[in-house]
Design a binder for this molecule. Structure first.
Ligand SMILES: Nc1nc2c(c(=O)[nH]1)N[C@H]1C(S)=C(S)[C@@H](COP(=O)(O)OP(=O)(O)OC[C@H]3O[C@@H](n4cnc5c(=O)[nH]c(N)nc54)[C@H](O)[C@@H]3O)O[C@H]1N2
Ligand SMILES: Nc1nc2c(c(=O)[nH]1)N[C@H]1C(S)=C(S)[C@@H](COP(=O)(O)OP(=O)(O)OC[C@H]3O[C@@H](n4cnc5c(=O)[nH]c(N)nc54)[C@H](O)[C@@H]3O)O[C@H]1N2
Ligand SMILES: [Mo]
Length: 781
């Protein structure tokens, strides 16, 4: 038995030790009233079927280096090598790529959540390393929020996450607001997670407070249980992708019945007249009436009309999950919601306006409290390479070097990428249309991946460098959206030969001649202490006293909440006096019409919110062939693909396949039964899933979590059946529009049939074929 030591994850704080029988024991931190069950999966930390034990190099790359046949990725076995050899090979590839093609040919976007921990944060490590090395092609925006990240600054003149943190608090909603109208709910499963750390889960308390206050809730969306039953919400089951049509029709009713807040629109917004001309049809001959929206959304016109009157009568707030903008024309959903909120006129009043990022944003208990100081992070020198690519245009970039792409008023040129370095993310989980990515992935000569486990991405790399997991390192965790500071200790030794990303990059930097610049002469432990001490100094300057490092590391997580001042929201000050407190938009007002966006001249994103049918939705011609709308959501049982092999995730599967939820009527039409294994397909690919029937999902829609490790039946065939259930086998890899080029995950049509063949075993839960270095000569391939 050992002493329980603390670790922190994106889903909460835990203590880890070994029980008498040697089994890992994971205990949620005592200060968390509602810990996430995902934590239990941490007992799989040292699982030998999934962890990478030693550095490994793909056989063809081991033999031919940068001249290897890259189609061997995913097909060939790996040669296990010692660290010296692996680092020499990786450093050689970095050096020769730079000499041959320049730093721009190195893609280091490396998007991904990695693990909690300020110092060992993998993205910070890889970006610092590549910057000092001379730079890399970077990515911009996120898979989470790209369309809003680009749109909201044009509309509100502020960063979209900053705007999301200006949302009214639960307490204010409970006190001042009659109802919340959600488009897509506020899924409780998503409230388990915060980027950085999560000291205490308070979502259930928030729901209870809303319920106790009698706040009326409405969920407009295809899935009833995106809101917890405790709220007893009215469910309006619209078609996915039709939300903008409903919002426009709500505005249409407000206009025609003179229920809109003229005074608010006049004083606080610009361009509403142009938008109103579009809504009434004066501009394009198509009035956006409730009848018009009913045909698109399948929500009865009378219900839309009645809803508009209800919203105008009493103060309400509009709730939007991130998912709503993770679809083709996702820019429009967020913009239209702000236009609707402006027409209602509650913006900036207590409890009114818009809640952005429901299911994530309203859950963390920060409410109006902001950390008045910076939490230190690994310093980042500037990136000498200016080239950037929108994060979700990864495959386009690899496929079409030299071609251009529109992005937020700029024309970007895709660089020629010859080396991909990924650390702390899993693109073969997170990217859309994985079969297409696999073909494009063959283009660079070299792929290097630092990973904890044998993920699909690690298996498609040339050089795999095994990294430690957060539970094997000392660090501390904190987040801008949390009010806890949590110590992290090395509760477990590193798995086999795994090394910290820091040690990996320091060793590469040594070989490439900039070791001292990268490390600044500090060990990992010295860096952690240095970042803590910097944080202590920053806090002291803001009048907050924190303990020194030794006291902190041996104590419990620190709750800063009682010491944080409550702040006023930007939109409240704006409401008080828009001339003294203008927004950061060109007009200083909420831009219902943006001259800036209009002048970009994009046919797929005009200067005001507008209805655009997606290429794939239930109203499109393609629905004849693929009549089910697939929504792939965040998993309740894990963080994306992380710990998919842990107990919490695996116990949720159906005969080892990821569950997919379907309405009984759609199942009956296909003679399908609960528990069946089904084939989900379209002309991009196919996957297997385990069927769950429920009337919580409306007919025509199927609902499935992301994150099951992509497990192609034939790893050499880039059109192969994924036998495990990763929805990105079938999702559509297109930008949201020329404005944001975000991911369009939720615009996806499929067909589903019973899987008749023998059920193939999962191979992703066994390591790939590994050859000891000494035996390469003897290997037949
Ligand atoms: N279809 C569909 N696709 C989606 C989404 C969706 O809703 N539907 N959601 C999208 C969204 S919002 C997001 S944010 C992305 C998430 O996509 P990712 O962030 O890529 O997903 P994760 O599974 O969190 O991947 C993190 C990886 O980092 C590894 N890792 C963890 N700690 C360390 C470490 O210390 N060192 C190293 N080297 N590696 C480490 C983990 O093993 C894991 O493989 O997915 C996107 N994809
Ligand atoms: N447990 C857990 N929690 C997480 C994460 C995780 O991996 N695991 N990931 C975190 C991350 S990275 C992010 S970005 C956030 C993401 O948070 P979100 O993007 O908000 O989450 P999703 O689960 O993708 O979607 C929420 C719901 O939106 C609904 N929806 C989808 N399309 C439409 C539509 O067209 N119209 C309407 N009305 N509704 C629609 C779906 O029914 C879906 O269940 O969650 C975070 N929370
Ligand atoms: Mo995300």
């Amino acid at each position: 038995m050992t002493q329980p030591l603390p670790t922190a994850t994106h889903w909460g704080n835990y203590l880890i030790d070994r029980a008498g029988d040697g089994e890992l024991r994971v205990t949620p931190s005592g200060s968390d009233p509602d810990p996430s069950p995902i934590g239990r999966s941490l007992t799989a930390t040292h699982d030998p079927d999934h962890r990478i034990a030693r550095p490994a190099v793909r056989l063809g790359y081991y033999r031919d280096r940068e001249h290897s046949d890259t189609t061997g990725r995913g097909r060939e076995p790996f040669v296990e090598v010692d660290w010296e050899e692996a680092l020499d090979i990786a450093a050689g590839a970095l050096r020769s790529t730079r000499e041959r093609a320049g730093n721009r040919a190195i893609y280091g976007g490396s998007y991904g959540w990695a693990s909690a921990g300020r110092f060992h944060h993998t993205q910070g490590q890889i970006h610092r390393f590549l910057r000092i090395f001379g730079g890399y092609t970077a990515s911009v925006d996120t898979y989470s929020f790209a369309a809003a990240e680009v749109t909201i600054p044009h509309v509100l003149g502020m960063n979209a996450y900053y705007a999301a943190r200006q949302s009214p608090t639960t307490e204010e909603i409970a006190r001042h607001c009659a109802r919340i109208v959600f488009f897509g709910g506020a899924a409780a499963r998503n409230a388990q997670v915060n980027p950085g750390s999560f000291g205490a889960h308070g979502y259930r308390d928030h729901l209870a407070a809303l319920r106790a206050a009698g706040v009326d809730t409405i969920n407009i969306g295809p899935v009833r249980d995106d809101l917890e039953p405790v709220l007893a919400a009215r469910w309006i089951p619209c078609r996915p992708g039709s939300d903008v049509a409903i919002m426009l029709a709500l505005v249409h009713t407000l206009l025609t019945e003179d229920l809109h807040d003229r005074a608010f629109l006049h004083r606080y917004t610009v361009g509403f007249d142009r938008f109103a001309d579009y809504v009434t049809g004066r501009a394009d001959g198509e009035p956006k009436t409730p009848e018009w929206a009913a045909a698109l959304s399948e929500v009865p016109a009378a219900e839309i009309r009645e809803l508009a009157r209800l919203l105008a009568r009493e103060r309400c707030v509009i709730g939007l999950p991130y998912a709503l903008q993770r679809a083709e024309h996702g820019e429009q959903t967020y913009w239209a919601a702000w236009a609707l909120a402006a027409a209602l006129g509650y913006i900036g009043l207590p409890g009114g306006g818009v809640l952005m990022g429901t299911g994530s944003g309203m859950t963390n208990g920060m409410q109006r409290r902001r950390l008045p100081f910076e939490i230190a992070a690994l310093p980042q020198p500037p990136n000498p390479v200016a080239a950037v690519v929108p994060v979700a245009r990864l495959t386009d970039m690899l496929e079409r070097p030299g071609e251009t792409v529109d992005y937020n008023g700029r024309v970007l040129t895709y660089p020629h990428i010859d080396l991909v370095y990924w650390a702390g993310g899993n693109p073969f989980h997170h990217h859309q249309d994985l079969n297409r990515l696999r073909r494009a992935w063959n283009r660079p000569r070299t792929v290097i991946v630092n990973e904890i486990g044998w993920t699909s991405t690690a298996r498609l790399a040339d050089i795999v460098l095994p990294s430690t997991a957060a539970q094997e390192r000392e660090d501390f965790a904190a987040a801008r959206v949390d009010h806890w500071l949590s110590p992290m200790r090395a509760a477990l030794p590193p798995y086999r030969e795994a090394r910290d990303d820091y040690a990996i990059f320091a060793a590469l930097a040594d070989r490439l001649g900039f070791g001292p610049q990268f490390t600044e002469g500090r060990t990992a432990r010295q860096w952690v202490e240095h970042l803590w001490q910097t944080t202590v100094d920053n806090a002291a300057a803001a009048g907050i006293t924190l303990p020194d490092y030794n006291e902190f590391r041996s104590g419990a997580p620190i709750d800063l909440r009682p010491r944080l001042p409550e702040s006023r929201h930007v939109l409240e000050r704006f409401r008080d006096d828009p001339d003294r407190h203008p927004l950061g938009t060109p007009s200083g007002r909420i831009e219902i019409f943006s001259r800036t966006v209009a002048d970009f001249g994009y046919s797929d994103c005009p200067g005001h919110p507008a209805w655009f049918p997606a290429r794939e939705w239930l109203g499109s011609p393609r629905a004849q062939r693929f009549p089910l709308h697939l929504l792939s959501h965040q998993p309740a049982t894990r963080l994306h693909s992380q710990l998919d092999y842990g107990a919490t995730s695996r116990e949720s599967k159906i005969r080892d396949r990821e569950p997919l939820r379907m309405h009984p009527a759609d199942a009956a039409a296909r003679a399908l039964h609960d528990g069946d294994i089904v084939r989900v397909f379209n002309d991009r690919g196919a996957l297997l899933a385990g069927l769950r029937l429920t009337d919580a999902v409306r007919p025509g829609v199927v609902h499935m979590a992301t994150g099951a490790w992509y497990d192609p039946l034939d790893p050499g065939d880039p059109k192969s059946l994924d036998v495990h259930g990763n929805p990105n086998t079938v999702t559509h890899d297109i930008g949201t529009s020329s404005l944001a080029q975000g991911p369009s995950v939720n615009s996806c049509l499929v067909q589903i049939e019973r899987y008749a063949g023998d059920l193939p075993p999962l191979r992703i839960h066994r390591p790939p074929e590994l050859i000891p270095a000494g035996q390469v000569g003897a290997h037949p391939t």
